[in-house]
Design a protein around this ligand. Structure first.
Ligand SMILES: Nc1nc2c(ncn2[C@@H]2O[C@H](COP(=O)(O)OP(=O)(O)OP(=O)(O)O)[C@@H](O)[C@H]2O)c(=O)[nH]1
Ligand SMILES: [Mg+2]
Length: 284
């Protein structure tokens, strides 16, 4: 399997910029993807945000398995990290989230008040690319102000966005970290769309995704890609990719299998939640 080379050159600068901006923030909200709450967290953020009030939002909860998300929330809370689930598309849960954001910033505001200064709460929204930071801010604002899109690297520079007369949120560019711990983690980031597709071998990626899905959600995967009845369930990713080509009719002239097209569609369908609500990392 080719190595994924994932650290875009501009990200070292992003990190330096965020460190400077953090000084002005009263609290930090970190967003991760509810389908992989460990793999989609940047290990550098803990040290960067030291001393700041902070909580984690498991976003895109609509795409993850509900029971797994609940289990993840209690595991993270048990570890001492306040965590909640959220769905940034749609308006359900907006008021609850606004209250949480305000609560996180309140101690800093109270400290300022005690010194006689009236202050707007400034909360920074951080996380790896494509987890929904800009969408989250737009939903809390009730208006599409921050640019968002279904690929990583949409937000190029940070901007403060006024949510109410007393609250501003900082939209930030997604941040990855320079040293990759495991290729398995890199692949998860590839599946959910946090690494640019152009830097990966999409056929390898789709083959390994199929093999993971076949393990976690065999029924949904089999039904979606119309695998033959006699598959044993122990096939390699590439065999599954070929079976999906036959099942879904992704063929070239002469009946050759169109694995390139198949891979693009498989990744799209997974990212959009069409195969089912599937959590890639188990909480227990
Ligand atoms: N299903 C679902 N999709 C979401 C949710 N939140 C965001 N999205 C989608 O995820 C994609 C990425 O959203 P963005 O808000 O641009 O993500 P970002 O974290 O700002 O990304 P960068 O700016 O590239 O770091 C968009 O297509 C959103 O519509 C959610 O809760 N559920
Ligand atoms: Mg963004």
């Amino acid at each position: 399997m080719p190595q994924i080379n994932w650290y875009p050159g501009h990200m070292a600068k992003t990190k330096r910029d965020l460190e400077t901006l953090l000084r002005a923030a009263d609290a930090v909200i970190e967003l991760c993807d509810a389908r992989a709450p460990l793999a989609t967290r940047n290990p550098d953020l803990g040290a960067m945000c030291k001393g700041k009030a902070r909580f984690l939002a498991l976003n895109k909860a609509d795409l993850a398995d509900e029971g797994e998300t609940k289990a993840w929330i209690s595991r993270l809370n048990d570890m001492g990290l306040p965590a909640v689930s959220f769905q940034a598309v749609g308006t359900g849960g907006r008021n609850r989230m606004l209250r949480l954001v305000e609560e996180a910033a309140r101690p800093a505001i109270e400290r300022m008040k005690a010194r006689g200064a009236m202050k707007t709460a400034r909360v920074m929204v951080i996380g790896i690319p494509n987890v929904g930071k800009s969408t989250f801010i737009n939903t809390l604002r009730g208006k599409s102000i921050a640019k968002s899109g279904d690929k990583p690297g949409v937000t190029r520079s940070s901007q403060w966005i006024k949510i109410s007369p007393y609250l501003e949120l900082l939209d930030t560019p997604g941040m990855l970290w320079p040293k990759i711990e495991s290729q398995e983690q890199a692949r998860i980031l590839g599946y959910i769309g946090s690494i640019r597709d152009e830097t990966m071998d999409l056929e390898d990626l789709a083959a390994s995704l199929l093999s993971l899905l076949d393990e976690i959600a065999p029924e949904e995967t089999k039904a979606r890609f119309r695998f033959p009845e006699d598959m044993t369930g122990k096939e390699e990713g590439w065999m599954l990719l070929e079976a999906a080509c036959r099942g879904r009719g992704w063929l070239l002239s002469g009946g050759r299998l169109d694995t390139a097209r198949a891979s693009a569609v498989i990744l799209d369908e997974f990212r959009a939640g069409r195969i089912g609500r599937i959590t890639l990392e188990k909480a227990r």
